[in-house]
Write a protein that binds this ligand. Structure first.
Ligand code: HXC
Length: 262
């Protein structure tokens, strides 16, 4: 988040538990939270992605901890939560960004392929919400779930991800209703095509990009910084009465009806 939009230290005193690794959208969100004053635990399967991201935050004057856990494994998530509390004292923001994705036609998709993405995106989000609930309740914290717009329409080769992300949006709305009574806010962000991500590199072949870009009403792909700013806003007190909302950050792409894979 190179340009300053928000007040300095808008998230100071907060501790964020961010799944999805040190790269891509969630890596950017973790860095932006740290720049906004939060301490951040970066959580994913591979330490070789996490540690450099945590080091970069710490070298820039922020506070970051790298923690390995596979969100599909509830016991690993519980250990990562305990490690974060031991290090930073509490958790009051959770960002569920861990996601699996590959392009595959429905008729070629195996049960395990479908299940793997649902396990990571949907069940992983549930596992993390469940494991952090006591902390969120104690500190009147909040959850930010990263979903997508794939399931708003039919998206070829993305049946498994669309199903998983639709489930994530359902979790956002249901938890907002159930946990609002504890002062816990639960919201989501649905990013459109974000140009500087691994997902974009792998999921949108180069030959389709110009066409896709041309049909985004704002005339450009999203940037990780666009998601960072939305995330800082939603997780700040500026959004203190926003609960159960999934904020689409896509330049108007889904309304224009253009799907990523055709
Ligand atoms: C068909 C595939 C496949 C492919 C995996 N599978 N890749 N099927 N086409 N390209 C199937 C396997 O055959 C297997 O089923 C099952 O999925 C599990 O595969 P494994 O490799 O054993 O699992 P695992 O090592 O756990 O890794 C799975 C994965 C990984 C996490 C989904 O493949 C992956 O995609 N990693 C990238 C993560 C990533 O980029 N995340 C950011 C996502 S961006 P069988 O039947 O053979 O046993 C995002 C944005 C959404 O989500 C919006 C997009 C615009």
């Amino acid at each position: 988040m190179s340009e300053r939009i928000f007040n300095e230290g808008i998230l100071s005193g907060r501790v964020a538990f961010v799944t999805g690794g040190g790269t891509g959208i969630t890596g950017g969100v973790a860095r932006a939270f740290a720049e906004s004053g939060a301490s951040v635990a970066l959580v994913s399967r591979k330490m070789d992605h996490l540690q450099p991201a945590a080091d970069a935050i710490n070298e820039a004057g922020g506070k970051a901890l790298a923690v390995t856990a596979d969100v599909r494994q509830p016991e690993e998530v519980e250990k990562a939560v305990a490690q974060t509390i031991e290090h930073f004292g509490k958790i009051d923001i959770v960002v569920n960004g861990a996601a699996g994705n590959f392009l595959c036609n429905a008729e070629q998709l195996s049960p395990n392929g479908f299940g793997t993405v649902v396990d990571i995106d949907l069940k992983g989000t549930f596992n993390v919400c469940r494991a952090t609930f006591a902390q969120l309740k104690e500190h009147r914290g909040q959850i930010l779930n990263i979903s997508a717009t794939l399931h708003y329409l039919g998206t070829p080769m993305q049946l498994h991800v669309s199903a998983a992300k639709a489930g994530v949006d359902a979790l956002t709305r249901n938890l907002a209703v159930e946990w609002g009574r504890y002062g816990i806010r639960v919201n989501g962000i649905a990013p459109g095509p974000i140009e500087d991500t691994e997902g974009m590199k792998r999921l949108v072949p180069e030959m389709f990009r110009a066409h896709l870009r041309k049909n985004i009403p704002l005339g450009r792909f999203g940037r990780i910084a666009d998601i960072e700013k939305a995330a800082v806003f939603i997780c700040s007190d500026a959004a203190s009465f926003i609960n159960g909302h999934v904020l689409v950050v896509d330049g108007g792409q889904w309304l224009a009806g253009n799907r990523i894979a055709g």
